[in-house]
Ligand binder design. Structure first.
Ligand SMILES: CCCCCCCCCCCCC/C=C/C(=O)SCCNC(=O)CCNC(=O)[C@H](O)C(C)(C)COP(=O)(O)OP(=O)(O)OC[C@H]1O[C@@H](n2cnc3c(N)ncnc32)[C@H](O)[C@@H]1OP(=O)(O)O
Length: 274
């Protein structure tokens, strides 16, 4: 028995697509589908939701959480495009709601969550990082919302959270063009809080930050997060509904089917505007 991307344990059981390790004051959550650049499948979203629920129920002794992508090429390269081709618009919207629920669970966690990006953070992967409290990244990292290349729009909160971080003008440019930011530009615009030479320095730096946070009153840090997220999120409910409806409409277009097919067939898409 193997998991969807061919990984399996010696017992023939599917290797977990999300791993949780508790190490002193730090919890490390690793998304582990390196063959698909850690693309978000329904299984990954479910596993993330379970891990977040466990951390919320038992935050004992922890001061912070690192969210990491396995493999060294990507944090998360987006939602799993290979799973999109067969989805109906309503199923697409349901998956977007699923992704929003995971993002909301990250924001509701009474612990700071640091997105540790080493490689690509694209589409749903950038949206997952944006739901974290802040983003640390290696020099090898790239960020973007390339959904428009697939005839889609962001569906896990990018139209809500990206403008808050980089401003509405740059968010519009990134979402309309689908272009990527390298780590230099991402840091310059405030998307990345700290840069590191490599993965080892990234994880050490993030752990150091958690230890620093751990010296403060956990109650105060938890309250500060609740207020900061709540204040930033006041229009979220409306914006989220608008995004999910827009996402459903994108799933209704021929261009979205062509964009997904073109990626999977490794060719340029031929969009018709329908
Ligand atoms: C969450 C549930 C998902 C289920 C279904 C989804 C329903 C949709 C609704 C929910 C979505 C809401 C909002 C989110 C939308 C998105 O995120 S859309 C996707 C956005 N991301 C992208 O468009 C990036 C696509 N990838 C690339 O452009 C390139 O891979 C790269 C990142 C620039 C790296 O290029 P390169 O170094 O040349 O490597 P590749 O050969 O392209 O990739 C290596 C293998 O990884 C596979 N892969 C990469 N990205 C994805 C992906 N997003 N989904 C699935 N698979 C991916 C790629 O196909 C290669 O596989 P093999 O050919 O088998 O080696």
């Amino acid at each position: 028995m193997t998991s969807d991307d061919g990984t399996a344990t010696s017992e023939g059981l599917a290797a977990p697509v999300v791993r949780l390790e508790r190490d002193g004051r730090t919890a490390v959550v690793t998304i582990d589908r390196p063959k698909a650049l850690n693309a978000l499948s329904p299984e990954v979203l479910d596993a993330l939701a379970d891990v977040l629920a466990e951390l919320a129920a038992e935050p004992g002794g922890l001061a912070g959480v690192l969210l990491v992508g396995a493999g060294g090429r990507a944090f998360v390269a987006g939602a799993d495009i290979s799973a999109m081709a067969e989805l109906t618009p309503d199923e697409g919207a349901q998956t977007a709601e699923h992704g929003h629920a995971v993002a909301a669970a990250i924001e509701a966690l009474p612990l700071p969550v640091i997105a540790c990006v080493d490689g690509y953070a694209l589409g749903g992967g950038l949206e997952l990082a944006l739901a974290c409290d802040f983003i640390y990244a290696t020099e090898a990292s790239h960020f973007g919302q390339p959904e428009v290349h697939l005839g889609l729009i962001p569906g896990f909160g990018g139209t809500v959270r990206l403008p808050r971080v980089v401003g509405p003008a740059l968010a519009k440019e990134l979402i309309y063009t689908g272009r990527q930011l390298d780590v230099e530009e991402a840091a310059r615009v405030g998307l990345v809080t700290r840069r590191f030479d490599d993965r080892e320095a990234l994880l050490a730096g993030a752990r150091e930050t958690v230890e620093l946070i751990g010296r403060n009153a956990a109650t105060a840090v938890g309250l500060a997060k609740r207020v900061l997220v709540g204040a930033a999120g006041t229009p979220t409910a409306t914006a989220t509904l608008l995004e999910i409806e827009g996402f459903r409409d994108a799933f209704r277009t021929e261009d979205m089917r062509e964009g997904v097919a073109a990626f999977l067939e490794k060719r340029d898409p031929d969009f018709t505007g329908r």
